[in-house]
Design a protein around this ligand. Structure first.
Ligand SMILES: Nc1ncnc2c1ncn2[C@@H]1O[C@H](COP(=O)(O)OP(=O)(O)OP(=O)(O)O)[C@@H](O)[C@H]1O
Ligand SMILES: [Mg+2]
Length: 230
């Protein structure tokens, strides 16, 4: 659908409703990077702690613990950021709560990307960060800062963003700023509800913009080529 993959070094956003499979797809992108392309990956979790994410991923045959032991996969548990009133220590890194307009996270990520030699990075989900910026101008700038620093690492990046379950007419601010947007939604087809994935935008490459059905099973996310009519 995107001529083989996300353009190298670009940062895209995965937008979808609750339970649409954003975390799974983002993790699959990292695991494939390691196992198929020899590219190290970092997963930055802003909402769920490591235990919960690893538990959710146990269903798939991705051995995150082994990948981590071999230094190919790094999990940055940034979830304490939501709760702590002061600075937050994440492993050996400290993220400042006060200037938490992304800056703490950005500094941490820049260091980590270098030490982990990461070529793929996921930040999941962004809403946690964005809701800390009630002002739209701040929010836009924060997101731009994040994209800029992710781009500076040279890694190919996916950020995820929550939206309503069904696709609405309005687009999120982040979609305009991002270099690519993939949406994962449920659509009513007759009486049934189907999961569909759509490339809303992908700078640099030609994109197949038809909505394509996808399924989630023990091998992760599979997108089907067949045309669907809505
Ligand atoms: N082994 C599996 N087989 C089929 N479906 C699965 C399997 N494991 C998880 N799912 C489905 O995947 C969905 C959850 O995926 P995921 O956590 O990636 O969604 P998400 O978009 O990140 O959700 P949230 O907005 O809550 O973060 C659920 O709808 C769940 O039913
Ligand atoms: Mg998720």
């Amino acid at each position: 659908m995107i001529e083989g993959g996300i353009p190298k070094g670009r940062c895209i956003v995965l937008v979808g409703g609750p339970g649409s499979g954003k975390t799974i797809l983002a993790m699959q992108f990292l695991v494939n990077g390691i196992t198929k392309y020899g590219q190290n990956g970092i997963f930055v979790s802003l909402e769920e702690n490591k235990k919960h994410v690893y538990q959710a991923m146990e269903r798939f045959s991705w051995n995150l613990i082994d990948l981590e032991k071999n230094g190919k996969f790094t999990f940055l548990d940034a979830s304490p950021i939501r709760r702590s009133p002061g600075d937050v220590k994440i492993g050996k890194y400290v993220v400042g709560r006060r200037e938490f307009s992304m800056l703490g996270l950005i500094n941490t990520l820049e260091q980590l990307a270098e030490t982990a030699k990461a070529e793929r990075i996921v930040v999941d989900p962004l809403a946690t960060l964005m809701f800390q910026c009630p002002d739209q101008y701040d929010r836009r700038n924060s997101y731009l800062d994040l994209i800029e620093s992710l781009s500076a690492t040279g890694a190919t990046c996916i950020t995820t963003m929550e939206s309503s379950s069904s696709e609405s007419e309005s687009n999120l601010e982040e979609e305009y700023i991002s270099q690519g947007v993939i949406s994962m939604q449920s659509r009513q087809i007759g009486k049934a509800l189907a999961r569909v994935l759509r490339i809303k935008k992908m700078r640099v490459t030609a994109a197949d913009v038809q909505p394509r059905p996808y399924k989630i099973d023990s091998s992760g996310i599979t997108v089907f080529a067949e045309e669907t009519v809505f």
